[in-house]
Design a protein around this ligand. Structure first.
Ligand SMILES: [Fe+2]
Length: 256
């Protein structure tokens, strides 16, 4: 308890609006059944991802010590991640208001839920769980350019809190990169967005050509509306992660 409590209070001391949402992850409380659900989710996704996820995701998966057979202990993940890029996977109580979410990104702390879906919803949960957050998102935070991009995104959005119109457009940039991003590597379309990494059905549909894939274009993305609860009709492929970092800086100039 001593170590966990001091980690929690250290994290809280670095934040203002997000501080009340931070919690401890009591890893020992996960049941064998929950570890078995995690194992089933990971085992189901890996064959497709080994072939179709971008190489930065697959490298990150190993670098942060994720395992197929056990739910991740977030302190252990952060202990491997932080020396690489300064990011941590920080446990939170659930959905965060926008200002708290951006504050955490700007501090290189990824708000991470600790609950896990049940067997009734193996394919999809309306709210993110630890599988979506850690398996889907956190491996990419081990990549230096992606890590810089995400911090920069948080800082820019934190500065736009009084501008709902600008925030809505920045939300589209997040959606079509962090959540549903594609990248061209070795002449093929690879996935890196967490919504594709963590969803077998949606990823399979996209790889099978079930959605239009356009070249990433900042203006197009900022103007592209989306529905969170439906299959995506159009997605965007970047050529490199430098491209989304540069696009974020461009977006700041246009919207700021
Ligand atoms: Fe997500």
């Amino acid at each position: 308890m001593g170590i966990a409590t001091s980690t929690l209070s250290l994290a809280q001391s670095r934040l203002q609006v997000a501080a009340p949402y931070l919690i401890e992850q009591t890893w020992a409380d996960y049941t064998p059944e929950q570890h078995a659900i995690w194992a089933e989710l990971v085992t189901r996704r890996m064959p497709q991802l080994r072939e179709h996820a971008c190489r930065e995701y697959l490298d990150g998966f190993h670098q942060i010590g994720l395992r197929e057979d056990k739910l991740p202990n977030l302190s252990e993940v952060s202990a491997l991640l932080q020396p690489r890029t300064g990011w941590q996977s920080t446990p939170v109580s659930g959905f965060l208001p926008a200002d708290a979410f951006f504050e955490m990104l700007a501090a290189r702390m990824f708000p991470t839920t600790t609950w896990l879906r049940s067997r009734d919803s193996m394919e999809y949960t309306p709210e993110p769980d630890i599988f979506h957050d850690v398996f889907g998102h956190v491996p990419m935070h081990a990549h230096p350019v992606f890590a810089n991009f995400l911090e920069s995104y948080g800082k820019i959005c934190a500065g736009l809190m009084a501008r709902p119109d600008a925030l809505e457009r920045m939300g589209r940039l997040f959606w079509f990169t962090v959540e549903f991003g594609l990248i061209r590597q070795d002449g093929e379309i690879k996935v890196y967005g967490s919504g594709l990494i963590s969803s077998h059905g949606e990823c399979t549909r996209v790889l099978a050509g079930g959605c239009e894939v356009k070249d990433f274009d900042l203006d197009a993305v900022l103007n592209q509306e989306f529905e969170t609860s439906e299959m995506q009709p159009v997605l965007y492929a970047v050529e490199s992660f430098d491209q989304i970092y540069e696009a974020t800086k461009q977006a700041e100039m246009r919207l700021g």
